[in-house]
Design a protein around this ligand. Structure first.
Ligand SMILES: [Fe+2]
Ligand SMILES: [Fe+2]
Length: 247
C-alpha cells in the first residue's frame, strides 16, 4: 500500500519503550481523521479532475512537512526518554501525541496523493519541499528548532483554515480533512512553543524566527501559487495576516 515515492523523509521507528510506558489520552480528533481515511480515501478518484490536478501539485508541499515533523518529534522523544528523568514525563507524553497526530496526517495525505493523477514535476516539487524542511533543522540547537516548528505549525494552521474554506466548498471531503488537521496543528503550536520555552526560548527569539520561517515557507508555497489560486487560496492574505499577528 505504501508508495515510497511519496515519502520525502523516512518513517521513524515508533518509540516503543516510550509508548509502553505512557498511555496516550483518548484522541477524538485522531479518531475522526482515521474515520475520514476509511470513508473518503477510496473515493479520491471521483473528485473533480481539475481539483485533483491542483491538489496533486499542493499536497507534496504539506506532506513533506508532516513527515519531517514525525522525525523531529521522534528524536526528541527518544532523547528525553533516555534521560530518564521524572520531570520529562509530561512533555514526553505531549510529544508522543504530536508524533501520532503527524503520522495520521501523513497517512491521510499519502492516501490522497497516491490516488491523484501523476504529474510531471512531482519529484521536483517534492525535492524543493524536502530541501526547505531539512534546512529548517540544520545546524540549529534544539531550542531554536522548536521555535521554528511552533512557527511553522502556526503557518500550517492558517493554510489549513484557508483550504477548509476554499472554492472546493465546506462539504468537500478535502475541506473537511483540512479542518481536522487544522485542529491538531493549533495544538502542536502550543506544545512546540511550550517545549521551546522549557529549552530557554525568549519572546525576542520567537520574533526573530517567525519572520524568517514564514518568509521561507511563503517562498516554497509560492512555487505552486497558480494551483493555490485555482482553489481560491490566497497566500498573500495568509502571510500578511500572520506577519500582522506577530508584530
Ligand atoms: Fe501535521
Ligand atoms: Fe504539526
Amino acid at each position: 500500500m505504501h508508495n515510497q515515492s511519496s515519502r520525502c523523509f523516512p518513517l521513524p521507528k515508533i518509540s516503543q519503550a516510550a509508548l509502553d510506558k505512557y498511555i496516550l489520552s483518548d484522541n477524538a480528533n485522531g479518531k475522526r481523521i482515521e474515520k475520514w481515511i476509511a470513508l473518503h480515501a477510496k473515493n479520491v478518484k471521483t473528485w473533480k479532475i481539475t481539483d485533483q490536478y491542483a491538489l496533486a501539485h499542493l499536497i507534496p508541499l504539506i506532506l513533506c512537512g508532516e513527515q519531517s515533523a514525525q522525525l523531529v518529534f521522534n528524536q526528541e522523544i527518544n532523547r528525553l526518554f533516555s534521560e530518564n528523568q521524572d520531570d520529562n514525563q509530561t512533555m514526553i507524553k505531549s510529544l508522543l501525541e504530536v508524533e501520532a497526530d503527524e503520522h495520521r496526517h501523513d497517512q491521510a495525505l499519502q492516501a490522497i496523493l497516491n490516488a491523484l493523477p501523476a504529474i510531471e514535476n512531482k519529484r521536483h516539487i517534492q525535492r524543493q519541499a524536502q530541501r526547505f524542511y531539512a534546512q529548517l533543522g540544520r545546524g540549529e540547537d534544539r531550542c531554536q528548532h522548536f521555535i521554528k516548528i511552533a512557527t511553522l505549525d502556526a503557518c500550517v494552521t492558517q493554510v489549513m483554515h484557508e483550504f477548509e474554506h476554499c472554492l472546493l466548498g465546506v462539504n468537500h471531503p478535502f475541506s473537511n480533512l483540512c479542518g481536522l488537521i487544522k485542529k491538531d496543528e493549533a495544538k502542536h503550536v502550543y506544545v512546540a512553543r511550550h517545549h521551546a520555552q522549557a529549552l530557554g526560548a525568549t519572546s525576542a527569539m520567537f520574533r526573530k524566527e517567525q519572520h524568517s520561517v514564514s518568509h521561507l515557507l511563503h517562498q516554497l508555497l509560492d512555487t505552486q501559487v497558480e494551483h493555490f489560486h485555482f482553489l481560491g487560496v490566497d497566500l498573500n492574505k495568509i502571510f500578511t495576516n500572520l506577519e500582522r499577528k506577530w508584530q
